[in-house]
Design a protein around this ligand. Structure first.
Ligand code: CA
Length: 229
């Protein structure tokens, strides 16, 4: 399911740090992609829209801060979660980063555990469906790292699209989503599929959930929601 993993763009020019960060992110279940300068980073962002960016401060072509300003000034990408990686522990630099729209910063040297915790915290805050922590509702458990879904501790078979749909619902319980919102949030705007395809996947999801199908509610003339009530 690599294609489906949360992509994290690592913008860093120091090989040893790139290696450590990428190893750490892979172990945590994410899909890290490393670039070494601002130009390549901007190109990647436009082509692949990553779910989070780890951004070094000092880069060979421009500063990470310049890239950050560009991201925050862009209509399509201004919401992208960004964590600054910085060797500078000076208070004024941290403030400059946060002023320019960084969501968080990690000061080098950092431990893999600290980095993972910061990323998870930020993803939980900004896009919960990308955090790598166990998600539950009623008797259903979804493990984003192993991509397993279980009901009362028994692993179930679930299709790829249904897995993504369930993960999204679990990240946003008790909220109603229209078919077009689900298409947009679960499938992304790169995919052209019809709204009634959502109904097909909801149907399959309910079937996969067996006795726990009650969790997925139809809200008439609006859409669908996950609720334990
Ligand atoms: Ca650097």
């Amino acid at each position: 399911m690599t294609a489906d993993k949360t992509t994290i763009l690592v913008v860093e020019d120091e090989p040893a740090i790139v290696e450590l960060v990428c190893f750490t992110l892979k172990e945590a279940g994410w899909n890290p992609i490393a670039v070494h300068n601002v130009a390549d980073a901007w190109e990647f962002i436009q082509r692949r829209s990553p779910q989070l960016i780890l951004l070094d401060w000092m880069l060979p072509d421009q500063t990470g801060l310049r890239l950050l300003s560009r991201i925050r000034g862009d209509r399509q990408f201004n919401e992208l979660p960004v964590i600054m990686l910085t060797a500078k522990s000076m208070e004024e630099d941290k403030i400059a980063g946060l002023d320019n729209g960084a969501d968080d910063y990690v000061t080098k040297p950092f431990s893999p555990r600290e980095l993972t915790a910061r990323i998870n915290a930020l993803l939980r805050r900004k896009s919960p469906e990308h955090a790598q922590s166990l998600m539950t509702a009623g008797e259903v458990k979804l493990d984003p790292v192993s991509c397993n879904v279980s009901i009362n501790e028994h692993k179930i078979d679930i299709g790829h699209a249904e897995f993504k749909l369930l993960k999204f619902f679990l990240a946003h319980p008790d909220r109603v989503f229209s078919r077009s919102q689900l298409l947009d949030k679960v499938w992304g705007d790169h995919v052209v599929i019809e709204e009634r395809t959502v109904d097909v996947h909801v149907l399959r999801l309910r079937k996969a959930l067996k006795d726990a199908e009650y969790l997925i509610k139809t809200v008439r003339s609006v859409g669908y929601m996950l609720s334990e009530k």
